[in-house]
Design a protein around this ligand. Structure first.
Ligand SMILES: [Zn+2]
Length: 250
């Protein structure tokens, strides 16, 4: 497995967002996964003020590979919500940031139906034309399987198909290369990481908490969750200190 080669590199945070939208009413499930457009704007402004550059996974790769160093942070969005395009893109562009949105190829233009069992409200996902607008706005599309599956619950052939065909389907839809993957629910086993690499992805992100460190496996990168409850001082702690690294499972 590829890993960081260079020493003396400071940890790189990769932020995880889901929906950039005003939170649904009290009592709705998973309200924590909503970051309001106002909070997102404040977070992007803080990054900019602190001198960070927000980058997509492709733009982050030379830093993760230790080829160059700099004050950078990865910005990722899981699932492909339309509100990423409508609410996050204008702010990303204002600050000159790029990001990667991980898309479920068989749910493009539909809703997050995989969440309905958990009682989570259905929200529109970007369709193919909207994904192309996302790309045209300087952002990146990554893969999140064809059906947002729990990989450990399926046989190897199904998992390989969910991983590899998602890439092919998204590439056909967007007419652009899809180089980065994210495990749905953060669930994967060693075999799945190998499948992701064999499918030709350059990185894969997880829900393991922490900032990326020297020696991390590019097919199992940790991230830093940003939730509705992530107030600005905590946001800074997560980025700039060992706060998240201490929450990384052994
Ligand atoms: Zn997801």
């Amino acid at each position: 497995m590829p890993s960081f080669l260079s020493a003396n590199r400071s940890p790189i945070p990769i932020l995880t967002y889901h929906q950039i939208e005003t939170c649904p009413p009290r009592g709705a499930a998973f309200r924590s996964l909503y970051v309001s457009p106002i909070d997102f704007a404040r977070q992007m402004a803080l990054l900019s003020r602190l001198g960070y550059r927000g980058l997509s996974m492709s733009a982050l790769m030379p830093y993760l590979n230790g080829e160059i160093s700099g004050k950078v942070v990865g910005i990722t969005f899981d699932d492909g919500y339309l509100n990423n395009l409508s609410n996050a893109l204008p702010l990303l562009r204002r600050f000159g940031f790029s990001s990667t949105c991980y898309v479920v190829s068989q749910r493009v233009g539909e809703t997050n139906e995989w969440d309905s069992v958990a009682g989570i409200a259905q929200t529109p996902l970007m369709n193919a034309a909207q994904l192309r607008h996302w790309l045209a706005g300087g952002q990146e599309v990554g893969a999140h399987t064809r059906h947002h599956v729990h990989l450990p619950q399926h046989d190897a052939a199904t998992c390989a198909d969910e991983i590899a065909r998602c890439k092919a389907e998204l590439e056909r839809m967007t007419d652009s290369p899809v180089r980065h993957f994210c495990y749905p629910y953060g669930e994967f086993e060693k075999d799945h990481a190998e499948m992701v690499q064999i499918a030709g992805f350059q990185s894969a992100t997880t829900t393991q908490r922490g900032r990326c460190q020297n020696g991390d496996d590019l097919m199992q990168l940790p991230r830093v969750p940003v939730l509705r409850s992530t107030v600005l001082p905590l946001y800074w702690l997560k980025l700039a200190t060992g706060y998240e690294d201490r929450r990384r499972a052994a």
